[in-house]
Ligand binder design. Structure first.
Ligand code: PNS
Length: 164
């Protein structure tokens, strides 16, 4: 039997406790999870952390978990997933507001690669209102995000953000 490998793609700028929760729960039905950080060129948002830093955070946070691999990718997600022989895409679905974009993306990815399946996981309720963009914004404005990111990321945020 072949191992079930899932791709969990995103910007992860930075990885939040919500992302961590999705990865760890995915391991209950996948053998391995590939956390795939999309390059800036392939996604429109301006970033805070460099792609290499985002990947390094994921590796550090999951250093206890050999079933999780962190990589970066450029180009189409389906091409990357195909190259890794991973026809399963995991996405977290926090609220109805996420739905339209996620639904479109899942169907478009299915159009591009008919063997791919997208699996949506609801977040743990304590992370249902959490997003990496809020973490960036709150941290930038001097707020406390220690409940939302792992300690190495918290330290990196403090280093990155130059106080006025
Ligand atoms: O965390 P995000 O920013 O919501 O993740 C979006 C991401 C990176 C998964 C999406 O932008 C993506 O898959 N980018 C790769 C380029 C691609 O395949 N685009 C077509 C999507 S239908």
């Amino acid at each position: 039997m072949t191992a079930k490998l899932a791709v969990y793609p995103g910007s992860f700028d930075p990885l939040t406790r919500g992302h961590e929760d999705i990865v760890r729960r995915s391991l209950s039905f996948c053998d391995r999870v590939l956390v795939a950080v999309a390059h800036k060129r392939t996604q429109p948002k301006a970033g805070l952390f460099e792609i290499a830093e985002r990947v390094a955070f994921i590796r550090e946070v999951f250093s206890d978990e050999p079933r999780v691999e962190a990589v970066d990718f450029t180009g189409l997600l389906v091409d990357f997933a195909k190259s890794r022989d991973a026809p399963m895409i995991i996405r977290g679905l926090r609220a109805v507001s996420d739905f339209e974009y996620e639904f479109q993306m899942a169907l478009m990815n299915k159009h591009l690669w008919r063997d791919v399946e997208t699996i949506f996981l609801a977040p743990h309720e304590k992370y249902s209102y959490l997003s990496a963009s809020f973490v960036r914004e709150i941290a930038t404005l001097g707020g406390d995000v220690s409940d939302f990111v792992a300690p190495p990321i918290l330290k990196a945020l403090a280093r990155k953000i130059v106080k006025p």
